[in-house]
Design a protein around this ligand. Structure first.
Ligand code: PGA
Length: 252
């Protein structure tokens, strides 16, 4: 693992007020491991309540609009997210790219808007199974980064990148530790080419079927600075195990 770990739970379209007790238990796990940065990303509807419940973890959004305000029914802008108490947002998740047709240019505009509003950004990239099978994985991820990395001055300072192979999300399948390390090295090289020295500090998270059983192994891969966790972040029991695995690696 590289640097101070960042473990982020993406609740996707799950989470009612009844799950706030789970969030409080995750917050207590974060408090027990001060060497780990913990983030939690509930649906928009739960952000304010989660911000009130959280003492030791950061609360973020799952997406934001590229414009600060306007006639965009159903959308949420970065300044609105910041107003709820969210301190960062995911952009470019593969479910947004695939199900909402988001292009690299749109994702980049969203990332820039989030930074402009003072939020941190987790930019997601990742190849499909067909792209990996045809040997295109690094080229595809490289092109996603070229097209969607934020461009503003100091962009790297509040940026993390999450490498999430599409075929590993929610499937229980994960790449080999060697493949994770190779992709993370390629991402690091791209970040350094784009941002110079500042690119070295950008945390690169792995995401896709991370769970309590495989987290330690995946987090130990080269250039991995944390994890973006979906399903296994929905219960404090499994998510706390992932947080402690990161803490143990950071202390080792
Ligand atoms: P998963 O989701 O952990 O359920 O595979 C990860 C993600 O989509 O961020």
């Amino acid at each position: 693992m590289t640097g101070r770990p960042y473990i982020v739970g993406n609740w996707k379209m799950n989470g009612t007020r009844a799950m706030l007790s789970e969030a409080r238990a995750i917050d207590r796990a974060a408090a027990r491991h001060p060497g780990v940065d913990v983030g939690i990303v509930p649906p928009f509807t739960l952000i304010s309540a989660m911000v009130e419940a959280a003492q030791d973890m950061a609360v973020g959004g799952q997406d934001c609009h590229a414009k600060p305000s306007g006639a965009f029914t159903g959308d949420v802008s970065a300044p609105l997210l910041a107003d709820t108490g969210a301190v960062f947002t995911i952009v470019g998740h593969s479910e947004r790219r695939a199900l909402h047709g988001e292009s690299n240019a749109e994702v980049q505009a969203k990332a820039n808007a989030a930074l402009e509003a003072g939020l941190g950004v987790i930019l997601c990239v990742g190849e499909t199974e067909a792209e990996r099978d045809s040997g295109q994985a690094e080229a595809v991820v490289g092109a996603q980064l070229d097209g969607s990395l934020p461009t503003g001055e100091d962009a790297a300072a509040r940026l993390s990148v999450a490498y999430e192979p599409v075929w590993a999300i929610g499937t229980g399948r994960v790449p080999s530790v060697d493949d994770v390390g190779a992709m993370h090295r390629a991402i690091r090289a791209k970040l350094s080419a784009v941002y110079g020295e500042a690119g070295a500090a950008v945390r690169v998270l792995y995401g896709g079927s991370v769970n309590a059983g495989n987290a330690a192994e995946l987090l130990a891969a080269d250039e991995v600075g944390g994890a973006l966790v979906g399903g296994a972040s929905l219960t404090a029991e499994s998510f706390a195990t992932i947080i402690s695995a990161a803490a143990a690696l950071a202390e080792a």
